[in-house]
Design a protein around this ligand. Structure first.
Ligand code: SF4
Ligand code: SF4
Ligand code: SF4
Length: 292
């Protein structure tokens, strides 16, 4: 069995440089353990078999990417670093962008984040090394390098993957509207609606949390974003919110946010009643309560 020495070469296919700065930190700051993976950084693409790509793939950089890929040692693996490389992120639909990367090259590992933390990049490279092993020797599925994550916690107020408090969401679609990365999709179903957050498109800007009127959507400190490429469309936070049935007229209606009702109606009994009736019956009940 021939020995594999993973040789890492990085190219930028249109990144804002945020991901490149994080890559430099990953590669050169000792505490990220990158050397424990046994990888070597090389300056010539012809020596490399693990290509790290940052950026969404601009039209101008596409020919260069092809040129680089043709010169790499075979077999090789590709690790896309940054939300841009995975889904184009905030640059999606721009006239200058031909990406995402996997339209043009077989990507093995995606590391989402805008930019990802060095720990996630190290994890992505580790997974890339395992995939390289697999390609050479048919070895087992890559697994997470626990030590990288055990040693580091996220700082306070860190903006990681977004999450939803289902009971507080009213489906108002504000988050979907203000999201610059089209990472949020709200769809009606027969019995309610679904609220989806696609982590591979999110740029962690926090806009959705800032503008959400009920505080239903929020960021977490989860920055574990390095995934094999077959998880590109499965790393999603899916919430299904069912309609309620009005206790007065039996019509189905969107459940009101308990948080908003609490603000609008200060008395607990009114608050409880309003949570169980539809908007039409609620208007009627409030009118009677105030003027009858
Ligand atoms: S993912 Fe974010 S930080 Fe990385 S290149 Fe794109 S915009 Fe810049
Ligand atoms: S998460 Fe907030 S902003 Fe988004 S639909 Fe729900 S309530 Fe509206
Ligand atoms: S933080 Fe929210 S608004 Fe910003 S990109 Fe992610 S899902 Fe969209």
């Amino acid at each position: 069995m021939s020995e594999i020495i993973p040789k890492v070469f990085r190219i930028n296919t249109g990144s804002c440089n945020g991901c490149d700065v994080e890559f430099v930190a990953t590669a050169f700051v000792d505490k990220f353990h990158i050397e424990s993976l046994g990888v070597e950084l090389v300056e010539d693409v012809k020596d490399s078999n693990l290509l790290v790509i940052t950026g969404p793939l601009t039209a101008k950089s596409e020919p260069f990417l092809k040129k680089y890929l043709n010169q790499m040692k075979k077999p090789f693996v590709v690790v896309g670093v940054g939300t841009c490389s995975v889904s184009c992120g905030i640059f999606r639909d721009s006239y200058a962008i031909n990406g995402p990367l996997d339209k043009f090259v077989e990507v093995d590992v995606n590391v989402a984040g805008c930019p990802p933390r060095p720990q996630s990049i190290a994890e992505g490279i580790a997974k890339g090394v395992k995939v390289l092993n697999q390609k050479m020797h048919g070895e087992v599925t890559p697994k997470k390098i626990d030590t990288i994550f055990q040693d580091f916690s996220a700082p306070q107020t860190f903006r990681g993957k977004m999450a939803l408090h289902e009971g507080m969401c009213t489906g108002c679609r504000t988050c979907e509207t203000v999201c610059p990365s089209t990472a949020i999709k709200i769809s009606k179903t027969d019995d309610g609606f679904t609220h989806n957050i696609w982590h591979n498109s999110c740029c962690y800007c926090g806009n959705c949390a800032y503008f959400c009127p009920t505080g239903a959507i929020h960021s977490t400190n989860n920055f574990d974003t390095a995934k094999l490429s077959n998880h590109k469309y499965t790393d999603i936070n899916i919430a299904h919110i069912e309609y309620e049935t009005c206790t007065k007229c039996q019509e189905k209606f969107m459940p009101p946010s308990r948080g908003l009702l609490g603000k609008a109606y200060v008395h607990d009994d009114v608050n409880k009643l309003n949570a169980k009736i539809c908007p039409s019956c609620r208007k009627e009940a409030n009118f009677k309560r105030m003027y009858a």
